[in-house]
Design a binder for this molecule. Sequence first.
Ligand code: NAD
Ligand code: 6OD
Length: 485
Amino acid sequence: MPHDIRNYIAGQFLTSESRFDDINPVDGSLVGTVHEADEAMVDRAVAAARDALHGEWGSLTAAERSAVLNRVADGIDARFDDLVTAEIADTGKPLVQARALDIPRGAANFRFFANLVGSAGSECFEMGTADGHGALNYSVRKPLGVVGVISPWNLPFLLLTWKLAPALAAGNTVVAKPSEETPGSAAVLAEIMHDADVPPGVFNLLHGFGPDSAGEFLASHAGVDAITFTGESGTGSAIMRSAADNVKSLSFELGGKNAAIVFEDADLEQAIDGTVRSVFSNCGQVCLCSERVYVHESIFDEFLTGLQTRAADLRMGYPEDEQTEIGPLVSEGHREKVLSYYELAREEGADVVTGGGIPQFGDERDNGAWVEPTILTGLPESARCVREEIFGPVCHVAPFATEAQAVAMANDSDYGLAAAVWTTNLSRAHRVARQIEAGIVWVNTWYLRDLRTPFGGVKLSGIGREGGIHSLNFYSEPTNICIKL
Ligand code: NAD
Ligand code: 6OD
């Protein structure tokens, strides 16, 4: 049933005059009506967040904030099915994925940062002084203040909570703006926050678009101290411009055009399985997905045949069907973008090994945002399809002759988020991984996450690192206190 998706400001659920439709990409049906926050609502949310910093929340100890975060995690567990339903309705992603990854990671994000903030220490340096008495320096962490969280549609709940949990753990208050494509799970989270007695104003939720809407109003707001953003690199530039006037702190997790390198000594079956996952997971809509696959020339044909067979066999279906492996893209608009790259690939001279079109179902899914999983070969490295992020279930596979050539091809990109290296040679694994220009390199695996590790990208893929102590470092400001003894 379509439902109303409202804003949440200062502990109240608020409607607005301007509304937009939330569409299910499986069949184009209406999921709900979203109340778009106008500029006055953004002002109210930022003011509520500022007030909350000076209220009860601002005087809580780290252990007390940690308890609040754990209550939110418990609330996520309690509303697990509602969150799964909301996430699937907005994205069309397979139920098994939402159950295994998206929603459990939301709870894990809150529990992880609740634990971390409860146990994080601070620096202390003793120093000598001319009078021989010395001095003691120690630092205390203070929150940044009001943090704006702007999140994308591909892993909506996972990525919103990945930013929100450490921001709250560090004692900030938050105004969050999820993607206009996927407001549902964030709306359930607002109810969870409310029921967990998170003090009013500590978490505020605004719905809307980017330019000339809630996203831009938030990014340019003088009352916001920091913006943490996940999304396209071009949007990152626009947010940077909006945030420049009052010099906000920025943490950016942006786009990728990630390479996978398959060496001749790889376990071929493992490399094919892993590459199927790294190219087609979430219908290719993970910033970490491999879109450029480089394969040693001696195993190129065998690898390509294996990848083609597996890609052609991927089960497309309704999200609720537990056999489904791949769903639709997030929206008709995004499908147009991906299809334009399928077309461009042909114009650029690609061989389309499999896919390249729209599947026909003969039912209501023909009104949805489906595309075929697609494998391309034969393009030069200068082709736009090899250089630009497509963000769909598609990769280009190219041969290489030497290790040095593979590294050079992988690094020949404006992006630098993640890479996957497939080899059974331990020395090569270490050697190659260190040479890759990316924030994350996986060897013989892909998207295996330890939340303590630094996460982020180089070049157009981002600014800064989050994860573990890196998150606390971004979301707090140290003050050094120097005491003369
Ligand atoms: P997007 O950049 O279009 O939108 C992300 C968010 O920014 C949305 O909430 C949107 O409303 C908002 N926004 C858009 N324009 C804005 C503006 N001018 N000012 C303020 N806010 C604005 O990204 P998307 O299409 O939702 O997500 C897909 C992109 O995100 C891909 O490029 C993908 O690689 C990237 N991504 C990166 C990571 C990472 O960790 N590096 C993770 C997930 C997604
Ligand atoms: O797993 C994470 O913490 C994370 N930030 C994943 C990003 C995925 C991009 O689509």
